[in-house]
Structures are given as C-alpha cells and as structure tokens.
Design a protein around this ligand. Structure first.
Ligand code: MTE
Length: 318
C-alpha cells in the first residue's frame, strides 16, 4: 500500500490564505510575548551580532543581472522558509535554525577535478568578489519572492578546483548533523539533502553561491553560511548549508526526485507549460501581493538560459 505523506514542496495550508494577510496576521498574533521569547532564544539577534560570522565586506558589487522589481520585505524572506532540516512549517526554520553553528565552516570540492580541496567559507568570501544579485525566487509551491542575494558566481569557485574534461555534473550536499538539525532525526526525506546541476548550468553567470541577503550575512534559516541560488529553477534546487561539491561524469541523485520522481525532475526549470501532477504551474503568488500573476518560462530568465536546453524535450526532462 502506498502511504502518501504531505511533502515540503506541496502547498501548505498557509498558501490558501493570501500571503500578505497570512504574514500580517502571524506577525500580529506573534507580537509581545513571542517577541520576548525570540529575543531570549537568540532568534531576533542577527548571526553577526552573536559573533558567529564576520560582517560581509563593504565593497559588494552591483550586477546588471539584477531585476529592478519590488523586493520582498526582509521579514518575509527570513520568516517564511523551506528548510526541512529544521521542520516542515514555514516558520520552523526562523524558530530553530539559530541552533546551527555556521562558523567555522568547511566546504569541500572533490571528484573529477585537478585541485580538490577544502575551503574555509570566510576565506572563500575574502578571496572572491561578492556581488548583489536581485533575483526572482519561484518556489515549486507556486509562490515567489524577489530577493537581494549576495554571493559569488559559482563558476569562480568551481574553476579554482580545475574540473576535468570528464566532469559533466556537480553534486551538492547539505550538512548531515542530526544533533544540530532536528528534522534529520525524522525520516521525512532521505538525509543529507542533496542536489545536482549539469556543469554548464553550474558555470552559468546567473548561478551563485550565496552568502548573504539584504547586504547582511546570510541568516541561518536561509541556508547559512553558503547556499546555491539558481534563479531559473524551482526553489528546491537552491540547496542550503552546503558542505560538499563533487564533480561527476554521471547525473547525481537529488533529494526531491528520490522522494517523488513523478513530481520533481532533475532539471526543475520553471515551466508554466508543465503542471505539477497535483497543481498548476501556470500562475504564482508573489509574496505580499493579493492577485496571482502569470509564471514565466525559466522564471523570466529565458533569454539568458533557454539555449542551455536547445533541442531537449522539456516535458520529458522536467
Ligand atoms: N535546502 C535544504 N538543505 N533543505 C531544504 O529543505 N528547501 C528548498 C531550498 N533548499 C531546502 C533547501 C526549497 S523547497 C526552497 S523553496 C528553498 O530552499 C527556499 O529558500 P528560502 O527559505 O531561503 O526562501
């Protein structure tokens, strides 16, 4: 018998209420006592103030790849999250991710490359040029946000490891540490969370390894200290709290594809023409807006990335 669990990429009950109403209501309900509790638990204290991470360098470059659309308020970006390692409710990551120790943090790059190695995240931030990239994030649950991420082009990092000609894919892995990540003590997903990209997708100029947002060090609930942001794909590709990048010759497994292969493909390009088996992908709700808007192929980045998939059947390779 197949027992179906609701999974993180399914629209939650909160999606039924317009987001602006939902978030405002929660904020209202959460007032007073909860704010005090949050202060005591450290939730309201930014990571940097807790001495966990150095502030980002002051000279963060701007990017012509940024959108000038209205940005989603910081509060929504940092309190309405998917990070199953900390729970399945949208507010769980903001509530519980502060317990994750994000410094020091080692990122290993290995597999089919000439210079495998392990990099300290702060050293990586110091050695590379950071840029602000204001991107649309389109979640498979059919909501979207516009977020000023801060990151390093992924190509800059990967090239330092000198991938071999045989490397065709990059596998990515989140930290596995059930002591710090309570969600990993439950078998909601197969842990650790893993993702993968074709190497040309990983090297594309739009793809970044993100270390901040809104000019600040990346909050834990958003995937500190380092996560992927790949804006033309559904949000689940943008794996958080990465510890390992591995060059491979063959397509790596991915968490959501393992969990529900008919629902989540490897490519996960935003495609309004291909519905999720259980809901439409034609429209989306921008967080903070009441009316839904049309979703765009490749999340509006078709001009830059459609060529990567020329000749591919995007219904088959969803
Ligand atoms: N990465 C890990 N390790 N665990 C997760 O549960 N959720 C994904 C993605 N990365 C997830 C993850 C999903 S479904 C989405 S929509 C985005 O993170 C959400 O990113 P945000 O919370 O910063 O908006």
């Amino acid at each position: 018998m197949l027992i179906r669990f609701r999974n993180s990429c399914d629209p939650a009950g909160s999606e039924i209420t317009p987001e602006s109403v939902y978030i405002n209501r929660r904020r209202f309900l959460a007032g007073g006592a909860a704010a005090a509790a949050a202060m005591m638990s450290g939730l309201a204290v930014p990571a940097a103030a807790q001495g966990k991470a150095a502030p980002l360098p002051g000279d963060i470059g701007k990017s012509s790849l940024s959108t000038d659309e209205v940005q989603t308020p910081f509060d929504a970006v940092t309190r309405y999250n998917n990070f199953y390692e900390f729970g399945t409710d949208k507010e769980d990551p903001a509530r519980y991710a502060s317990q994750l120790k994000v410094r020091p943090w080692a990122l290993t790059i290995d597999g089919l490359c000439g210079k495998p190695g392990t990099w300290d995240v702060d050293a990586l931030i110091k050695a590379n040029r950071l840029e602000e990239r204001v991107y649309r994030l389109r979640c498979v649950e059919a909501w979207s946000m516009v977020i000023p991420w801060v990151g390093i082009p992924m190509a800059d990092v990967l090239k330092q490891a000198e991938p071999l000609a045989s490397a065709k894919y990059v596998a990515m892995q989140t930290l596995l540490d059930p002591a710090q990540m309570p969600g990993q003590r439950r078998s909601i997903l197969e842990w650790p969370y893993v993702e993968g990209l074709r190497l040309d997708e990983a090297l594309h100029p739009l793809t970044i390894l993100c270390v901040g947002l809104y000019g600040q060090v990346l909050p834990n609930q958003n995937g500190a200290p380092i996560r992927l942001i790949i804006p033309w794909k559904y949000g689940f590709k943008s794996i958080k709290s990465i510890v390992r990048l591995t060059f491979l010759e063959t397509m790596p497994p991915t968490t959501w594809n393992r969990s529900a292969p008919d629902e989540y493909g490897f490519y996960a390009n935003v495609n309004p023409a291909v519905d999720h088996p259980r809901w439409s992908q034609k429209r989306e709700r921008r967080i903070g807006e009441f009316f839904r808007r049309d979703s765009l192929p490749f999340n509006g980045y078709a001009e830059q990335v459609a060529g990567l998939y020329a000749g591919m059947d995007l219904v088959k390779w969803f």
